[in-house]
Design a protein around this ligand. Sequence first.
Ligand SMILES: [Mn+2]
Length: 226
Amino acid sequence: MTFIAHFTRNASGRDYAVGDIHGHFSKLETALMAIGFDTAKDRLFAVGDLIDRGPQSTQALHWLQQPWFHAVRGNHEDYACRWQTVDIENWRINGGGWFQELSLAEKETFAATFKTLPFVMEIETAAGVVGIAHADVPCQCWSDLATRLDTRSARDYCLWSRHRIRNKLTFGVDGVRALVVGHEPLPQPVVLGNVYHIDTRGWSTKGNFTLLDLHSLAVVASCALP
Ligand SMILES: [Mn+2]
């Protein structure tokens, strides 16, 4: 199993990253239209947590079928991968009630699809490789990552860790131009070293989706970098 997906440079269009979506695909579509996103040549890379909380979780499958949309696995997709053994009440509290209403076949389809999602994506840009993970990566050097991801605990770190953002650690990750993550809801994007935290609560009425241009590393929608 490959835990890292690699994408070559987009020669004709633009590449963006978006933070946690949590079942708010209509709102995301509005944000994409506002920046003139062109599905014929642009690409959108999601930091995971496509599902739960919002009303449109089931649309995640449709979005993942689009050739211009790519995502890493978030901890919420991981709940669905583990749906047969997960703590259902805990998941329900965290917005996963919709999943319990699905048929057995539908549950299996979601789980099978989410199991194909990588834990990390790396995207080539003119200025170097940009990495994407849901929460963080478990090592200081990008070149160590492929080996480190062999353990479940290291993969869980990608899904769950809030250590860097909670402690405002500024040393960044070596060997990669930038790392883009979500998971920790923030009022505006936060950059710590070369790590961009972009879950600006687009899934909440109080927030907006941040769209980060992966070539310029500029925020092109919703919230200006401080
Ligand atoms: Mn998350």
